[in-house]
Design a binder for this molecule. Structure first.
Ligand SMILES: [Zn+2]
Length: 103
């Protein structure tokens, strides 16, 4: 006699971790279903990647700024005179304010 394990219904299975968690614990997509735990993990990974991307952009903006001569109402000043740490501080503020470099 053979013991047969029934195939789980794909509608109850998470497409990412392959666990059978039931329809009510899945976020249904057109081609994939994701369980809440996998969704949380995906969010953590996405946040980490976003942080890395932001860090790269801020570094690049700081580099560009450190070469810039900025004109203000009070006259122009050279950020490069203030050093990379200051350029980074300005770049971070600009980034957080929503500024993005246009390619
Ligand atoms: Zn999952």
């Amino acid at each position: 006699m053979k013991f047969i394990v029934p195939e789980p219904d794909p509608k109850n299975v998470c497409s990412l971790c392959s666990r059978e968690v039931g329809k009510e614990n899945l976020i249904e997509g057109q081609k994939a279903n994701i369980c809440f735990d996998s969704s949380d993990l995906a969010k953590e990974i996405a946040d980490e990647r976003r942080k890395e991307i932001a860090e790269k952009e801020i570094q690049q903006m700081a580099k560009d700024l450190s070469l810039a001569n900025v004109n203000t109402e009070k006259g122009s000043f050279d950020i490069s005179d203030t050093g990379m740490a200051t350029a980074y501080m300005y770049a971070e503020r600009l980034y957080k304010a929503g500024y993005r470099k246009v390619e």
